[in-house]
Design a protein around this ligand. Structure first.
Ligand SMILES: [Ca+2]
Ligand SMILES: [Ca+2]
Ligand SMILES: [Ca+2]
Ligand SMILES: [Ca+2]
Length: 152
């Protein structure tokens, strides 16, 4: 994996999931979340077939709870995005696959895959996480106030 500027295949610096001989993908973990979105590039026409997909799978405690797909436009430019909105999840896997979700896109090259390049990842934590954060902040504020009162 590397963070670099991939020119037209990224928007400035982006994450690349390199070494695709084993059908590598990009795995992300985070606090419980309801929305994830990202842009993707490196959709090489020479390493894909028409109908090949960007696949975003979301997991909660390692259980698959949802996924979304976007058909690659195969122009090697970062000009498409993918997102998932709904169930609570705490990790996600982004990969390029063939139309049957196999991790080897191939194209003119036998048994090869495609390096995932993603950029502008956005996450929206689930409301319960916000509520807990706010409750935590409120408690700290209350304790600080109490301490002041005790000093005076
Ligand atoms: Ca960027
Ligand atoms: Ca791959
Ligand atoms: Ca490329
Ligand atoms: Ca593209």
């Amino acid at each position: 994996m590397a963070v670099e500027d991939y020119g037209e295949e990224s928007i400035g610096n982006a994450i690349g999931a390199f070494d695709d001989v084993n059908g590598n993908a990009l795995r992300m973990t985070f606090a419980p979340t309801n929305f994830i979105g990202m842009d993707f590039g490196n959709d090489e026409p020479s390493h894909t077939n028409p109908g090949d997909l960007a696949l975003l799978q979301v997991y909660n405690d390692a259980t698959l709870v949802g996924f979304s797909t976007v058909v690659l436009n195969r122009d090697d430019l970062m000009n498409q995005s993918i997102s998932f909105n709904g169930a609570s999840f705490d990790s996600a896997i982004f990969s390029y696959t063939d139309s049957f979700f196999n991790p080897f896109t191939g194209g003119g090259v036998a048994s090869t895959g495609l390096i995932e390049i993603v950029d502008n990842i956005s996450l929206v934590p689930e409301p319960e996480t916000y509520a807990m954060l706010l409750a935590g902040l409120g408690l700290i504020g209350f304790m600080a106030r109490r301490r002041k009162e005790a000093i005076v």
